[in-house]
Every structure is written in structure tokens, then in C-alpha cells.
Design a protein around this ligand. Structure first.
Ligand code: PLP
Length: 404
């Protein structure tokens, strides 16, 4: 064992690539929506590992699934298939529009697969020059070079040399802009049904219907990036189910494994045919251990009670935020769907979101931000009322500290 290595936050700066700036404490244990750090301080978790830990920490059913599969077989590569992968894919197909599933490891990889599939499908069925992708400003799709270029923040994709081409960005919720940009050369429109990283912004119902109609008109595939909104997050199993629109391709990751890395791309049989044997792949994709945990998480989330609970807790969260706002008058907007909630700071407090995140951590609460002006909350879907109460008491302390 290597426990003789003294582990502290300082070691991060010594041995890790500096692309992250983690907070000063190191979490070591979690249970439900509570987390403990090395010093034994406890936290209420309103962050959920960025919308990942849909069932909180150390959920007994997920722990058993992991242990049980861990005793059987972990990994066989895609030269073979495995039972948990097939069961998970069957569950995803039964619960959604999809007929075919591609399993992979992260949101970016699921989106990478979706974009490659859209390109190949369009070239195969239409023409060599039907390769243009339309995506949205402030959108986020991952950090591979293709997906980060599809994302709507050039700050993330600049500085790495020549970018993948034929990607256009327009404003979210601007149907006229899409109408102007789309053409018969468009192979896909890539969109989050609710922009998460971009500030917790919902697509307007008429906009999303218009996007579907324009895609149909131009034979462009509609890709829903549900990496953050999927697996119960919005109170629907997938956010598209709360719209009147069905995508052609959907990507899901974050909450899919309840904390174990896994992702999937879902599509129809017809579209899937364009990824023939050998055209795409992933060593870890469909890893048995990951799939065993994910199929268990999926069963627990995909129940009427769990999804109704998310909608009910949304109201509790928003009521608490409204109360905070009565006290401090610091939010210009409280928004989001299900347990993906954003609170935008008033102009007076612009730029202060991170200060509040840091103060919250000191007060024993994990929260998220979405840009410099929005507090973001993405707790476990099964967070208890007691945990919510305690979390908001701590948030009140933190905000009082920042505003004083
Ligand atoms: C987090 C996120 C991604 C990227 O997922 P990774 O697992 O970090 O690659 C892609 N799209 C959306 C909408 C996300 O929120």
C-alpha cells in the first residue's frame, strides 16, 4: 500500500498539471448528500460532482452493484460484449426514442461520436459537402478538440492551433439566426435542451420546435446534448421528454453512472447504420464494471416516484432561493428545471459567484457556478429535505459573509 505518502492540497501543485485550481480541502468520504474532508469537516453537497452523483455518495445499491460485478469480470474489450453493457443498452432503448446505443466513457466522447456519426451519415446519404455543424454560443460539449470547437466559448478552444472546420455558432433561443444559418449543407444542429455551463438557460418551447422543423426541412440531424440534463436531472428521464421534440441523436453521461465514468450516444437504427464495423470505437466503452453500476443507477432513477420527487424538490429549492433573495436582494433571476437550478446575481454583484462558492465551502456547503454571475445547484436527485434545509442555512451564512 502507498498510504505513507502524505497527501495534502499542496501536493496538487507539486505533481498535477495546473489545468485545475481545486479548493483548499480534500474530500475523503461521502454518504447521501453529505461529504467529509480530511480534517473531518462536513459539507452538504449541492454540487453533486457537477450533476454526476444522481443518487448521492455511497448509495448502498450502487456499492453492491460495484462489488458484485467487481468479483465477476471488469473488462473484456470490444472484441467481446458483456452482460451489463447489453442490459444497460436494452434499458436505454426501452426508455427512450432510441433503437441503438454506443457506449463510451465521457460526455465529450459521446458528443465526439455523435458529430462523427452525423458527418458520416450525411456524406453517405446526401453529399460529400453536407458536413456543416451548427451549434450555439455559450454552449458546452466537452474538451476534445472537435467538441470544444463545437462549444460556444472560443476562449476554451483558442490557442491549440488549427481547429476542426465547418462549425458555426449562433445565439441560443434565436430561431431567426438558425433559419439564416442552416442550409442543405448542414449535417447537424448540436444543442443542449437546457444550457448548463452556459448559465442554466432553458430553450424556449417554440424555439426548440422550430429547430426540429428547420432540421427536418434541410435533412439535418438534431443532436441533443443531454450530458448534463439527462438521467432525471430536469424531472424528466431525459429533458427532451418535457419538450414536444424528439432528437435524432442524444448524448448522455454525467449522471449515467451515478459517479462511475460512463457515457452513451443514443440514436435510431437507420442513423446508426453509418457507424459500420471498424468506423469508430473506444477501448473502455461498455466496460462491464461501469455498465453494472450504470444499469443499477438507471433503474433507481427511472421511476415515477424519483422523477416526481425531483420536480417537488425543484419547488423547495426555488422557494429557499426566493427567501434568500428577500433577505439579501442579490438575485436578478432564479431559473432552471428540476434539480438543475441557476440563480443569476444582480448587476451589483456581478463577478461574485466564485466568492460565494468559496464562502459556501467555508460554511460547509458545496455549490457550483455557471460563469461569473450565476450560482448553480445540481444536487443528488434523492437529496433529503433535511439536507436541503441545512444547506440553505449554510448558504445564508456564506452570502452574509460575502456581502458584509
Ligand atoms: C459536462 C458536459 C460535457 C462534457 O462531459 P465530459 O464528461 O466532461 O467530457 C458535455 N456536454 C455537456 C452539456 C456537459 O454538461
Amino acid at each position: 500500500m502507498s498510504e505513507h505518502i502524505a497527501v495534502s492540497r499542496a501536493l496538487f501543485d507539486e505533481v498535477m498539471v495546473p489545468n485545475y485550481a481545486p479548493s483548499a480541502v480534500i474530500p475523503v468520504r461521502g454518504k447521501g448528500s453529505r461529504v467529509w474532508d480530511q480534517q473531518g469537516n462536513n459539507y452538504i453537497d449541492f454540487a453533486g460532482g457537477i450533476a454526476v452523483n444522481c443518487l448521492g455518495h455511497a448509495h448502498p445499491a450502487l456499492v453492491s452493484a460495484l462489488k458484485e460485478q467487481g468479483e465477476k469480470i471488469w473488462h473484456v474489450s470490444n472484441i467481446w460484449t458483456n452482460e451489463p453493457a447489453l442490459r444497460l443498452a436494452k434499458k436505454l432503448v426501452d426508455a427512450t426514442f432510441a433503437e441503438k446505443v454506443f457506449l463510451t466513457n465521457s460526455g465529450a466522447e459521446a458528443n465526439e461520436a455523435a458529430l462523427k456519426l452525423a458527418r458520416r451519415y450525411s456524406i453517405e446519404h446526401f453529399s460529400e459537402d453536407k458536413v456543416e455543424i451548427i451549434a450555439f454560443n455559450q454552449g458546452f460539449h466537452g474538451r476534445t478538440f472537435f467538441t470544444v470547437t463545437a462549444g460556444g466559448q472560443s476562449a476554451y478552444s483558442d490557442g491549440f492551433g488549427p481547429k476542426p472546420g465547418a462549425i458555426t455558432h449562433i445565439n441560443y433561443n434565436d430561431l431567426a439566426a438558425l433559419e439564416a444559418a442552416i442550409s442543405d449543407k448542414t449535417c447537424a444542429v448540436l444543442i443542449e435542451p437546457l444550457q448548463g455551463e452556459g448559465g442554466v438557460i432553458s430553450a424556449e418551447p417554440d424555439f426548440i420546435k422550430g429547430v426540429r422543423a428547420l432540421c427536418d426541412k434541410h435533412n439535418a440531424l438534431l443532436i441533443f446534448d443531454e450530458v448534463q440534463t439527462g438521467v432525471g436531472r430536469t424531472g424528466e428521464l431525459y429533458a427532451y421528454m418535457g419538450t414536444e421534440v424528439v432528437p435524432d441523436i442524444l448524448t448522455t453521461a454525467k449522471a449515467l453512472g451515478g459517479g462511475f465514468p460512463i457515457a452513451a450516444m443514443l440514436t435510431t437504427t437507420k442513423i446508426a447504420q453509418s457507424l459500420k464495423v471498424g468506423t469508430h470505437g473506444s477501448t473502455y466503452g461498455g466496460n462491464a464494471l461501469a455498465c453494472a453500476v450504470a444499469e443499477t443507477a438507471f433503474d433507481l432513477v427511472n421511476t415515477t416516484a424519483m422523477l416526481a420527487g425531483v420536480k417537488q424538490k425543484e419547488q423547495v429549492f426555488k422557494a429557499h432561493l426566493a427567501t434568500l433573495n428577500e433577505q439579501f436582494n442579490l438575485f436578478a433571476d432564479i431559473r432552471g428545471k428540476g434539480l438543475l437550478i441557476g440563480a443569476e446575481l444582480t448587476e451589483q454583484y456581478h463577478g461574485k459567484a466564485r466568492d460565494i462558492l468559496v464562502a459556501a465551502a467555508s460554511a460547509g456547503l458545496m455549490i457550483l457556478v455557471a460563469g461569473p454571475n450565476v450560482l448553480r445547484f445540481a444536487p443528488a436527485l434523492n437529496i433529503t429535505d433535511e439536507e436541503i434545509e441545512l444547506g440553505f442555512a449554510r448558504l445564508t451564512t456564506a452570502i452574509a459573509e460575502v456581502l458584509k
